[in-house]
Design a protein around this ligand. Structure first.
Ligand code: GDP
Ligand code: GDP
Length: 463
């Protein structure tokens, strides 16, 4: 569609339109994206009463954001008619339509109807599944594939989840900037506040492991000797503490340190590792350091904790503590690596660090490994490269026959990061046998350098 004169002269910002049926969270998202820079809400005479527009900065790029919410009441007719009327002129000018659905409600007939209409408009569309907070959210979001508008991006506008990813996706779809002007400092507010996206925030780290593995000693070591009180005096510890560490990349927040402190006070031998406490810590964390007493080798309970970490989709760093007390280091390292490789195949390449929390030797190696693991967990693989690799994998080994018929696998896309989650589309793809899934997951790990992190592969059968 040709450029319709729609915005004030001299303003040639790319236009991003937020569309979707009423109540999916469009206004909430609009406010989130605009942040505090809501000064520019303007009427567009002759179009609608109160079309909400504002300038937003997305990854350093200025865009004009249009919220189509609240316009439905203005138009008569059916719900569909109202949605269409409210969006028609906005969508016609859009450089990008952000089409929202409500992941909690699932796909409604109104979504389907509206999506079909949006598709016919021929504008670039980014599908967003809002209200997808929490773990069930992402799964529910995947239902939105059925709309035929591409891979849904799970977000929660209200809770601020997935917004950074969303802004990346929006920025990627903006027309090239011409002429290439440097981003003006004015975009960043007087006191350096975030305006274009949430500040990265501290990396959230949990330290877990069996009793006596050396978790408290490690924590003390990381914090500097004096900072943590491990003594038995009652009343000295408080339950909710935020413990921040800093390395050269910024802050790291230690989660569940209160629980760690409580447990650390219990006398040796009496303490039972509580699975629920570990799970609580895992849920709050991004990276989990699993501390092992290296003099004892790998215990079944260590593997159980590692599997919990995998199940929760967190990335894991294995810390071999008490290295000072290990006699044959080469043999010990080998034995532990072998055990891990055979017992934790789903986390192949898990990073391992050995140190002595007691003496402090090599403890400084831990945080760089944590940072690297975090990067891997956050990684996004471009769809082009992914599918070139995928075709090569299909050529190397054809997908197996299932009840006499060959599965037709079509393409893959990365639905999300944290942990890396891929979706595989194809006719009857949902029937893909596990060994072929493993072949693909192991291949992904190697090709795209994803060691140690959990990788999710979702199968989507198409007709
Ligand atoms: P609109 O009609 O599409 O503009 O929707 P609103 O932005 O007015 O939101 C509709 C309702 O959904 C409000 O009650 C919001 O508080 C709620 N909402 C918006 N975003 C989220 C979200 O991410 N999670 C949840 N649980 N509720 C949300
Ligand atoms: P937690 O139960 O996992 O918090 O373990 P603690 O930090 O309380 O440590 C349990 C015991 O192991 C204590 O007696 C520590 O002194 C000892 N310990 C911790 N780290 C090391 C280490 O690196 N080397 C040695 N030799 N002992 C350690």
């Amino acid at each position: 569609m040709a450029n319709l004169p729609s915005v004030p002269a001299g303003d040639d910002l790319p236009i991003v339109v937020i569309a979707g049926r009423p109540n999916v969270g469009k206004s909430t998202l609009f406010n989130r994206l605009v942040g505090r820079r809501q000064a520019l809400v303007a009427d567009t005479p002759g179009v609608t009463r109160d079309r909400k527009e504002a300038e937003a900065v997305v990854r350093g790029r200025r865009v004009r954001l249009i919220d189509t919410a609240g316009l439905e009441e203005a138009a008569p007719d059916t719900l569909y008619g109202r949605m269409r009327a409210s969006s028609e002129s906005a969508v016609a000018q859009a450089d990008l339509v952000v089409f929202c659905i409500d992941a909690r409600a699932g796909i409604t007939p109104a979504d389907t109807h509206f999506a079909a209409w949006i598709r016919r408009q021929g504008r670039p569309v980014l599908l967003v599944a809002n209200k997808a907070e929490g773990r069930q959210g992402a799964a529910a979001a995947m239902e939105a594939f059925a709309l035929g508008l591409g891979t849904p991006l799970a977000i929660s506008a209200e809770h601020g989840e997935g917004l950074s990813e969303l802004m990346g996706e929006i920025a990627d779809r903006m027309p090239p900037e011409a002429p290439p002007e440097p981003v003006e400092p004015v975009e960043y507010g007087e006191d350096g506040e975030e305006l274009d996206e949430r500040p990265p925030g501290p990396l959230r780290l949990a330290i877990v492991g069996r009793p006596n593995a050396g978790k408290s000693t490690l924590l003390n070591r990381l914090l500097g000797e004096e900072r943590m009180i491990t003594g038995p005096e009652p009343g000295l510890t408080r339950d909710s503490v935020t413990v921040l560490l800093h390395d050269e990349h910024g802050p790291i927040q230690l989660v569940d340190t209160a629980g760690l402190r409580r447990r650390a006070r219990v006398e040796d031998g009496l303490e039972k590792m509580s699975t629920s406490a570990t799970i609580e810590a895992l849920k709050m964390a991004e990276v989990v350091v699993l501390v092992l007493d290296a003099t004892l080798g790998v215990h079944e309970q260590d593997l159980q904790i590692a599997r919990l970490i995998e199940r929760e989709g967190r990335c894991c760093v294995l810390a071999l503590n008490k290295w000072d007390a290990v006699e044959d280091r080469i043999a010990t390292r080998q034995a532990i690596s072998d055990r891990i490789e055979t017992s934790l195949a789903q986390m192949r390449g898990i990073p391992v660090v050995s140190f002595s929390a007691l003496t402090g030797a090599n403890v400084q190696k831990l945080l760089p490994v944590v940072r690297r693991a975090h990067e891997v967990w956050n990684k996004r693989v471009p769809t082009g490269a992914l599918n070139r690799w995928f075709e090569m994998m299909l050529e190397r080994h054809s997908p197996p026959l299932v009840s006499g018929r060959r599965l037709k696998l079509r393409y893959m896309t990365q639905a999300k990061a944290r942990p890396p989650t891929f979706i595989l589309f194809g006719t009857r793809a949902e029937l893909l046998p596990e060994d072929y899934q493993r072949y693909l997951v192991n291949g992904l790990r190697e090709e795209f350098d994803l060691p140690g992190t959990p990788i999710r592969l979702l199968l989507r059968g198409t007709r």
